[in-house]
Write a protein of this length. Structure first.
Length: 613
C-alpha cells in the first residue's frame, strides 16, 4: 500500500491527486472538484425551477381555493382514507389505510364512476352465500335446521299476503250476525265474508259469500231445511188445536187429582199386573187374582185354595206327643214300625227362617231304625179333589242330619173301587236348616173310574223318609194347591181350622185335655132305662163326615165305662153307643153288655168321636 497521506511528504501534484482515491486528493484537487460540482448543481436547479414554475401555472392539477377551504376544515391529525366508524369488520377506524376495495361477486355488480366519484352496487340475481354451520349460529332454536314448508316437521312461512297456508291453518271466518229490516239496510252493513244478515221483512237470512257487501249478488240466501212436520191435524201455519181436531171430543179436561174420583169405567180397561208377593194398594188385575189361585179355571169349587187341613199344625186335640202309629196333630197320620216319637214343637217368637210367624211345627224322631217304611201323611176327603190337572205341594222342612225323602200323591177310589193311582215319586234332600220345597204333580182324571162304598175314597199326601235309618225330621206349613204355581202359605184362623178338624174328630174334653183323662167338665149325663141301657141326647158341635166311632170313658178315664153322677167309680162291663141310635150328628143311647146299670139312676161319662179317613 502507498502512502495514504502524500501531502505530508510534499507531493501535491495534480497527477498524484488524480491517481489517488478522492478521499486522499490534495486540497487543490478538492477545491477544483467542488467548483465543478457547484456549477453542475446550479445548472440542474435552474432547470428544475423552470419546470416548477410551469407546473405552478397549471391550474388543472392544483387545489383550488374552494378545496383549500374544505381542507382547512379538517382537524389536525386526520388520516388519509380514515373510516367513518369506530370499527368495521374488526378494523379500527384509527388504523391508517391506503386503499379500500369493493369486490363484486355472484349476484352482485359493482360499477365505478371516477369522474362522478361514485360506486354503484347492484343485485343482479340470487346470492350464493357459503353455508354457515349450525354450530356457528347461536340461540337459533329448532327452526334453524328445519325446512320451510307445510309438511310434517317443516317450518311454515307466510305467503305474499302475510298469511299461513290453509293446509297449516284452515281459513277461519268469524261470523257476526246482523238483524236488518230492509235490503237497503243489509247492503249498507260493514261486514266481512261469512257474516249473516237476518232480514225481518222477508223472514229470511243471507250470508256474505264474497265480494262487495254493497252488491246484492254478493249475498247468498240461507235455505232452511223443510220440517218433517208439514201440518198438524190438517192445519198449517200458526196452528191452534181443539180436542175435536185430535179425536177427543168426548174427553173432559179434568185435573188428575179429581179425574179418578169415583170413575165409571166402561169397555175392557187394563192395568199393570203386580207380582204375586205384592201387598200394596195397587190395582189387582184378573191376572194377579188368578195368580193367587182365586180365578183358576180348573180350581175345584168345593175346596178352598188350601186342600189340606191343619197344614200349619195348629190343632192338636189328641195330645202333643205320641209314640205309636196313628193320628197325631189333627188330620195328620204318622206310621212307624219301631220306636219313634212324634211331637208338637214350638217356634221361637219372631224367628224368620219360616215366614208368616207360625207357632208350631211337627217333629218325627225315629229313634230306632225302622224295619218297615215310616211316613207322615194326610188323606184328603174325596178322590175328585184336584183330579185331572196339576197341583203343587209346598212345605218347609229340615232334619238333624242330612236326610232324603220321597214325596208322592195317591188317588184312592175307596173300598171296592178302582185300583189306587200314585204319582211319580219326587226326592227331596233335607239339611240342618229350614228349606222350602215346591213340588208339582199331575193328577189323573177320574173319568171312567169306579168309586168304592162307605165314602172311603181320598187323595193322600205322603212323605217317606229314607228306609232303615234313624232320623229327626221337622216339617211346617204344608200346603197343596191347584195349578203349577206355588203360592205363599195362607194360614186359616184357629177357629176356622178347628171347625174343619171337628168334622173328623171331636171330644167333650177341654181342647188341651186328651181323651181318657180324668174329667168332670162339660160331661154329659144319661139315665138308665134298664140295667143295660142309658138314654139321653148327645149332640156333636159339627156334623161328622160319616157316623163316627165313639169311645166312652168314665169319670176317671177308663174306656168303655161310665160313672154314677157325682161319683168317680167305674160302672159297667163294656159300655158302647147303640148304633141304631147314632148318626153323624150325635147319639142317644148307650148299652152295656154286662147289665150293670141301676134303673132310674143317672150316669155321667166322657166321649170321643172319630170319623177320620
Amino acid at each position: 500500500m502507498g502512502n495514504p497521506y502524500p501531502w505530508k511528504y510534499g507531493n501535491t501534484s495534480e497527477n498524484t491527486a488524480a491517481e489517488l482515491d478522492p478521499r486522499y486528493e490534495t486540497p487543490l484537487g478538492a477545491q477544483e472538484r467542488a467548483d465543478k460540482a457547484e456549477e453542475e448543481s446550479k445548472s440542474y436547479t435552474d432547470a428544475l425551477d423552470d419546470r416548477f414554475k410551469a407546473h405552478t401555472a397549471d391550474q388543472t392539477v392544483h387545489v383550488t381555493q374552494t378545496d383549500h377551504n374544505k381542507l382547512d376544515g379538517l382537524e389536525w391529525g386526520a388520516e388519509v382514507n380514515q373510516n367513518a366508524y369506530t370499527v368495521i369488520n374488526g378494523i379500527p377506524a384509527n388504523a391508517p389505510m391506503t386503499e379500500f376495495t369493493i369486490i363484486q361477486g355472484i349476484g352482485i355488480r359493482v360499477t365505478k364512476d371516477p369522474d362522478g366519484r361514485s360506486i354503484t352496487i347492484t343485485a343482479t340475481g340470487p346470492v350464493d352465500i357459503d353455508p354457515i354451520p349450525l354450530s356457528k349460529v347461536y340461540d337459533a332454536g329448532n327452526s334453524a335446521y328445519l325446512d320451510a314448508g307445510t309438511a310434517a316437521g317443516n317450518v311454515p312461512v307466510l305467503d305474499v299476503n302475510g298469511k299461513l297456508d290453509t293446509t297449516v291453518v284452515p281459513a277461519i271466518a268469524v261470523t257476526d250476525t246482523f238483524v236488518v229490516a230492509t235490503q237497503a239496510d243489509m247492503l249498507a252493513l260493514t261486514v266481512e265474508k261469512g257474516d249473516v244478515a237476518i232480514r225481518t221483512d222477508l223472514s229470511k237470512s243471507f250470508i256474505l259469500k264474497d265480494g262487495d257487501p254493497t252488491v246484492l249478488a254478493s249475498w247468498q240466501e240461507l235455505l232452511t231445511p223443510m220440517s218433517p212436520v208439514q201440518s198438524v191435524a190438517g192445519k198449517t201455519g200458526v196452528v191452534t188445536l181443539t180436542k175435536a181436531d185430535v179425536g177427543l171430543s168426548n174427553v173432559t179436561n179434568e185435573s188428575k187429582v179429581t179425574m179418578f174420583t169415583n170413575p165409571a169405567l166402561t169397555g175392557t180397561p187394563t192395568a199393570p199386573t203386580a207380582t204375586a208377593a205384592t201387598n200394596t194398594t195397587q190395582i189387582a188385575t184378573t191376572a194377579y187374582v188368578k195368580s193367587q189361585g182365586y180365578l183358576a179355571a180348573d180350581y175345584p169349587v168345593n175346596i178352598n185354595r188350601q186342600a189340606l187341613i191343619n197344614g200349619n199344625f195348629d190343632i192338636w186335640q189328641r195330645g202333643t206327643s205320641f209314640t205309636t202309629s196313628g193320628y197325631t196333630a189333627d188330620r195328620w197320620r204318622c206310621s212307624t214300625s219301631t220306636a219313634a216319637t212324634i211331637s208338637r214343637q214350638t217356634f221361637a217368637p219372631g224367628q224368620t227362617e219360616v215366614p208368616n210367624n207360625p207357632k208350631y211345627f211337627l217333629r218325627f224322631n225315629q229313634t230306632v231304625a225302622p224295619t218297615d217304611q215310616s211316613w207322615i201323611g194326610q188323606l184328603i176327603e174325596s178322590v175328585s179333589t184336584l183330579a185331572n190337572g196339576k197341583c203343587t205341594l209346598s212345605f218347609y222342612a229340615k232334619a238333624a242330619t242330612s236326610l232324603s225323602c220321597d214325596v208322592f200323591l195317591r188317588q184312592s177310589f175307596g173300598t171296592g173301587g178302582s185300583a189306587n193311582v200314585e204319582t211319580s215319586k219326587q226326592t227331596i234332600n233335607l239339611t240342618t236348616t229350614w228349606q222350602k220345597f215346591i213340588l208339582t204333580f199331575d193328577l189323573l182324571s177320574i173319568f171312567g173310574k169306579t168309586l168304592g162304598t162307605l165314602g172311603t175314597d181320598s187323595l193322600a199326601v205322603y212323605i217317606f223318609p229314607l228306609l232303615g235309618v234313624t232320623f229327626t225330621m221337622d216339617i211346617a206349613q204344608v200346603q197343596l194347591c191347584a195349578g203349577d204355581v206355588s203360592y205363599p202359605y195362607q194360614p186359616r184362623s184357629f177357629v176356622d181350622e178347628f171347625a174343619s178338624c171337628l168334622r173328623y174328630y171331636e171330644k167333650n174334653y177341654a181342647y188341651g185335655l186328651p181323651a181318657g183323662s180324668v174329667n168332670q167338665q162339660n160331661i154329659p149325663v144319661l139315665t138308665a132305662g134298664s140295667t143295660s141301657a142309658l138314654f139321653g141326647n148327645v149332640r156333636y158341635s159339627t156334623p161328622k163326615r160319616k157316623i163316627p166311632t165313639v169311645n166312652i170313658y168314665s169319670y176317671s178315664g177308663t174306656i168303655n165305662k161310665v160313672s154314677v153322677t157325682g161319683n168317680s167309680a167305674d160302672v159297667g162291663t163294656a159300655v158302647t153307643i147303640d148304633a141304631a141310635n147314632a148318626n153323624e150328628n150325635g147319639f142317644s143311647k148307650l148299652v152295656d153288655s154286662g147289665a150293670g146299670f141301676t134303673s132310674g139312676q143317672s150316669y155321667w161319662f166322657n166321649w170321643a168321636a172319630d170319623a177320620e179317613m
